[in-house]
Design a protein around this ligand. Structure first.
Ligand SMILES: Cc1cc2nc3c(=O)[nH]c(=O)nc-3n(C[C@H](O)[C@H](O)[C@H](O)COP(=O)(O)OP(=O)(O)OC[C@H]3O[C@@H](n4cnc5c(N)ncnc54)[C@H](O)[C@@H]3O)c2cc1C
Length: 467
């Protein structure tokens, strides 16, 4: 996603990926509506709909093995079933088509940075090589080499349990999304038409050494220890151990090196929001890096990445840890679980849990409710016909939506190379005379289309006007 963002802005970009190809495992299957919006605003959902049809809406979400009540939120906060491999393929093809060099079978093994750039040391099929770049972003997951090599400090907790995840083709045994027992918790999701996903959590049981491959017998034995029932488990598709580790980078930036996605924040994942938070990181950082490289970034723009995104990474980690506490079968946590279950009878609690880490509102110095939030992706009535807001963001440039109905044409002369103007009829979903939308889709300013306020906001987010 980040490479695609950078390519849209015309930045020369190289992706170093150690895998020979996109992993066909269907590890993650759900993305939140906020991710769909990000893909929509770059015109990427069109291709998915064209080729695969409308993705299935998933209006349930589990939090610590409680099903959240999504009925209130079904329109705005549902998830859709979109396999991670599908998104990766789409992004990878689109980024490559825009000139990104994707070097597979290339593993980052070293890096050093100086005032002018970063040198990455890479193992490739042809031997070791060096790649020199202006900036380097570690989107390299939970065990991020970039995080380690660049010396990022992290706050880490866990593991305190031993867990297994198993995707299998054939299963007979205990059922249900989450059953709690003295020794741990067991969950079973899916069915024979797709696949069975089995999940175990055992407290006080030591996990086998990490280098020992997970076997079907290990899965059967764990389920039996927890539930007392011996299951039949066959046709392994993917077997994985998961401890409840949480890792949050203390900073997302170290000089010319950045972290995004799981490399920046890794947390227990059953709420299905990890991909969304990672995509939000990428879209937040892409245009800022481009602005810096193209010489128009106002002071502090690059640092605003950490300021805006780390609170949501932290939130994801805190909510992950809270889920782990609720899944603990010890006496205190199980009482807490009962109380928590009662709180979930209230819509406001469900809403809060669903939105806590995904509904990003960044501090932009204006009190208006709109400012800092994502621009609603509604359809606008323009002199040339209906134009979806999402379409105005396809090029990943700034956009001034002039919703004054043509009474106050704004003057953005000095910023025309960075900001487009779209004039449209007022719309109740965006209650302002004009809004300035950043390339990531967040509203940076709202106010009157003419006057000092607009020019101050343009300078604050898009730098000095061109002469
Ligand atoms: C069972 C399971 C189910 C999940 N379900 C969901 C879900 O439904 N919804 C959701 O939102 N999230 C889900 N997640 C979480 C989601 O999969 C992750 O948050 C997501 O993959 C993180 O993406 P990423 O790009 O940050 O890192 P990764 O997907 O880990 O990608 C990192 C990439 O970096 C590469 N790499 C690593 N080190 C190097 C190196 N030194 N040199 C070169 N390349 C390197 C790796 O090969 C990999 O391709 C699930 C996770 C699991 C385990």
């Amino acid at each position: 996603m980040l490479a695609h963002e950078l390519a849209l802005a015309g930045v020369r970009t190289v992706v170093i990926e150690r895998r020979p190809e996109i992993d066909a495992r269907t590890v993650s299957g759900l993305i939140h509506e906020r991710s769909v919006e990000l893909l929509e605003q770059r015109g990427l959902m069109e291709q998915i709909r064209r080729e695969d049809g409308e993705p299935l809406v998933w209006d349930r979400l589990h939090f610590a093995s409680f099903w959240l009540d999504m009925s209130e939120l079904a329109k705005t906060d549902h998830s859709v079933v979109l396999l991670q491999t599908r998104i990766q393929r789409l992004l990878s093809d689109r980024a490559a088509a825009r000139g990104v060099h994707i070097l597979r079978r290339h593993e980052l093994v070293g890096l050093s940075q100086d005032e002018d750039g970063v040198t990455a040391r890479v193992h490739s099929p042809l031997g070791e090589e060096e790649i020199r770049c202006g900036y380097l972003v570690g989107c390299d997951g939970e065990d991020s080499a970039v995080r380690e090599l660049a010396g990022f400090a992290v706050t880490r907790s866990g593991p305190s349990w031993y867990g297994l995840l198993a995707d299998v083709g054939s299963y007979a045994g205990p059922v249900g999304a989450g059953s709690f027992h003295e020794g741990g918790m067991f969950g079973q999701f899916g069915d024979a038409s797709t696949m069975f996903r089995l999940m175990t959590i055992e407290i006080g049981v030591e996990a086998p050494p990490a280098e020992q491959p997970v076997t079907l017998e290990e899965v059967r034995a764990s389920i039996e220890r927890i539930t007392g029932e011996r299951p039949t488990v066959e046709e392994p598709l993917w077997l994985h151990r998961h401890g409840n580790v949480t890792i949050l980078a203390d900073e997302y930036r170290n000089g010319r090196v950045f972290l995004a996605g799981d490399a920046a924040h890794f947390q227990f994942h059953p709420a299905g929001h990890a991909v969304t938070i990672g995509l939000q990181d990428a879209v937040n950082l892409g245009w800022k890096l481009a602005a810096k490289l193209q010489g128009w970034a106002p002071a502090g723009l690059l640092d605003s990445y950490d300021a805006e995104r780390r609170p949501y990474g932290r939130r994801a980690c805190v909510y992950g840890r809270a889920q782990m506490a609720l899944l603990d079968t010890a006496d205190g946590p199980s009482a807490l679980r009962e109380v928590f279950g009662e709180l979930l009878d209230h819509d406001v609690v469900n809403r809060h849990l669903v939105r806590a880490a995904t509904d990003a509102r960044y501090p932009m110095g204006q009190a208006e409710d709109l400012v800092g939030r994502r621009v609603p992706l509604v359809s606008l009535s323009t002199p040339g016909g209906e134009v979806p807001v999402a379409e105005t963001l396809h090029a990943a440039r700034g956009v001034l939506l002039d919703l004054s109905g043509g009474t106050e044409p704004p003057d953005v002369t000095g910023w025309k190379d960075r900001v487009d103007v779209v004039a449209a009829e007022p719309t109740p979903e965006i209650p302002a005379s004009a809004v300035l939308v950043r390339p990531d889709g967040h509203i940076a300013w709202a106010g009157e289309a003419v006057g000092e306020g607009l020019h101050t906001a343009l300078a604050a987010w898009f730098g000095e006007p061109a002469a």
